[in-house]
Design a protein around this ligand. Structure first.
Ligand code: SAH
Length: 199
């Protein structure tokens, strides 16, 4: 799989049909997803590995990881409608992925890597916390998206979960108009992509 092929495959997947604001359902844009996944792949952290996608939504990150040769991918989301779309997307992409419809807090399991774009906590304060906590329980290495303005909080919270921020980069996250209060058709929000490890 080449980077361009991955990008095209992810572009073909469906997004949320009627995104739920309270669950902060925003899809990672396929171009951004393929570019971060590709870098993780080049680091040797996807091929042959067991990968979890927590808060998978319509499955973009998990399916992308499977396309790049992950041994096993487990996609978790609390929302049945999202999982239903993600299942169809996996079929469309021609990959086998495991799905769990559950609250992230109740996930049991261990893997090599978590890749997640969880809620940012902007609708419901603290909704990003169980993702940080659980991801570090599941795997020794975690890649996670968060809003730049919560950087200080993320760092502190990761420490309190027994983890550390190894690196992070700021990214432009193009957010299309999906919620009634979005004023512009598309807006760039400032998001940081973190690499976390257990301390
Ligand atoms: N990771 C996807 C979707 C991001 S939106 C992508 O990158 O495209 C965040 C997702 O987290 C939504 O699908 C939402 O349903 C899910 N979610 C929110 N709270 C959750 C919880 N407590 N447990 C599991 N999933 C949750």
């Amino acid at each position: 799989m080449k980077k361009k092929e991955l990008q095209i495959k992810l572009q073909e997947l469906e997004g949320f049909e009627s995104p739920k604001a309270e669950l902060e359902q925003y899809r990672t844009p396929p171009d951004l997803a393929s570019s971060v996944l590709w870098n993780i792949y080049l680091n040797g952290e996807i091929e042959g590995k067991e990968v979890y996608d927590l808060g998978c939504g319509t499955g973009t990150l998990g399916i992308g990881a499977k396309l790049l040769g992950a041994e096993e991918v487990v996609c978790v989301d609390i929302d049945k409608e999202a999982i239903d779309i993600a299942r169809k997307n996996a079929d469309k992409a021609g990959v086998e992925v495991k799905f769990k419809k559950t609250d992230v807090r109740d996930v049991e399991g261990e893997g090599d890597l978590v890749i997640q774009n969880p809620p940012f906590g902007s609708q419901k304060r603290g909704s990003d916390r169980p993702f940080l906590e659980k991801s570090l329980e599941i795997a020794p290495v975690v890649y996670s998206f968060h809003m730049s303005e919560t950087d200080e909080f993320v760092r502190e919270y990761v420490r309190s979960c027994g983890g550390k921020v190894v690196s992070s980069e700021e990214l432009n996250f193009p957010l299309s108009k999906t919620m009634p209060w979005h004023e512009k058709e598309e807006e760039n929000i400032r998001v940081r992509f973190y690499r976390l490890e257990r301390s």
